[in-house]
Design a binder for this molecule. Structure first.
Ligand SMILES: *Cc1c(COP(=O)(O)O)cnc(C)c1O
Length: 403
């Protein structure tokens, strides 16, 4: 069978799939936690490996009759290990298809490049900084019309989602203010007007948030973060409910033809990392609740941004929309920029680094990382909770704040 590059979907079977494995069911009645625990584990029909091997080949042999019995031709268009990752993530997300990229930004760029010059793209005012930058610096000159809106304001959202808009871009929770957008409400409003919706669900993963079930058409992940989970893989993915959605077919073409594909080793490492995702998130979410509660009562903390706090503006929607509140939070230090930098300088357990979703807790002064025009408040520190003991993290922040 020759697989066409565009329009390839993740329902078809790769070279070593046993037909009746529960993981191959198109719609599984198992919990996503069970699916991630077996991520990529499809025993090879000959060797019976429990975990997958890596296919590094860039090219695949044709039969004498010209066909490709292995289903792959050249690794830019498809590779068995990347395919395994794509099928696995599609199943866990409840999507019809997945395209894996070399980074979250490559995935985001592919979505924008799959629109057409003249198309209108509505983005949140506090989208991930890099996403706003490529939209403004690269895609706007290329011809996209970009409008920014605060999706938590229903009147503004109603106005921004004008008929004729091609795509609504949602990111929730947002970065770095951890604001919550009601996916079901925005997706319904968009759908009514024939607008497609993509949700950057990086901070939640399919275990905490199900954008496709809430009416979104596409889901985007920076695989670099929680999915891979160990701060040692760069990757991205775009998933589509409908594998034949024309926008997704173009995303597939951008992936295969422009070539910012996920490499086999990163795909394998991500599958390996994903098998512990459920356990990692349980711990990270529980610890985030504990750290947020501590910060909320500290006199040197002006404000904590975390949807798990009962008085957070996103609390009610997050409670409905997310299974847990996630492992990310940010807080504003009383006294401004210098005080925030002083706290960041004084921690001993948290690592001072950007990124998120790893096993080690990270702390970062976002305004320093985002060049102007950053919207991050100057006294804001963003925290990614890792797998350390919660009380060690609390003690570390307490010491740094009190220093
Ligand atoms: C990190 C991140 C991205 C970009 O992903 P990379 O893998 O760094 O390219 C996009 N969106 C969100 C929400 C992120 O956290």
């Amino acid at each position: 069978m020759i697989r066409a590059a565009a329009g390839r979907d993740n329902r078809d079977t790769g070279p070593y799939l046993s037909e009746n494995r529960f993981l191959m069911a198109p719609k599984s009645d198992l919990h996503p936690d069970t699916l991630v625990a077996h991520a990529g584990c499809e025993p090879h029909p000959v060797s019976r490996d429990v975990t997958p091997s890596i296919h590094f080949a860039t090219t695949f042999e044709r039969d004498a009759d010209g066909t490709f019995p292995g289903g792959h031709i050249y690794s830019r268009t498809s590779n068995p290990t990347r395919d395994l990752f794509e099928r696995t993530l599609a199943r866990i997300e409840g999507a019809g298809a997945c395209a894996a990229f070399s980074s979250g930004m490559a995935a985001a760029a592919a979505v924008m490049q799959s629109l057409r010059p003249g198309d209108r793209l509505v983005m949140p005012t506090d989208a991930y900084y890099g996403v706003t930058r490529i939209a403004r610096d690269l895609m706007e000159p290329w011809g996209l019309h970009i409008e920014e809106v605060d999706f938590s304001d229903p009147t503004a959202a109603d106005l921004a989602l004008a008929p004729g808009t091609a795509l609504a871009w949602i990111e929730t929770p947002s970065n770095p203010l951890v604001r919550i957008t009601d996916i079901a409400t925005v997706a319904a409003l968009a759908r009514e007007r024939g607008i497609l919706t993509v949700v950057d669900s990086t901070w939640t993963t399919p275990l905490l948030q199900r954008p496709l079930d809430l009416g979104a058409d596409l889901v985007l992940h920076s695989v670099t973060k929680y999915l891979a989970g160990h701060s040692d893989v760069l990757g991205g993915a775009v998933l589509s409910r409908d594998p034949e959605l024309p926008l997704f077919m173009r995303i597939r073409t951008v992936q295969a033809q422009m070539g910012a594909v996920m490499d086999p080793f990163s795909a394998w490492l991500t599958l390996r990392g994903m098998r512990s995702l459920g356990a990692r998130l349980d711990r990270q979410c529980a610890t985030a609740v504990r750290v947020a509660a501590f910060l909320a009562t500290h006199e040197r903390v002006e404000r904590v941004h975390f949807p798990g706090l009962a008085d957070d503006p996103g609390h009610a929607i997050a409670t409905r929309q997310m299974k847990k509140y996630g492992g990310m939070l940010s807080f504003r230090v009383a006294g401004g920029r210098d005080e925030a930098l002083r706290v960041q300088a004084a921690v001993r357990v948290f690592r001072r680094a950007t990124s998120l979703g790893g096993t080690e807790s990270l702390i970062e002064h976002r305004a320093s990382v985002e060049a102007p025009p950053s919207r991050a408040p100057e006294n804001l520190l963003r925290v990614s909770i890792g797998l350390e003991h919660a009380e060690d993290l609390v003690a570390d922040l307490a010491a740094a704040l009190d220093a």
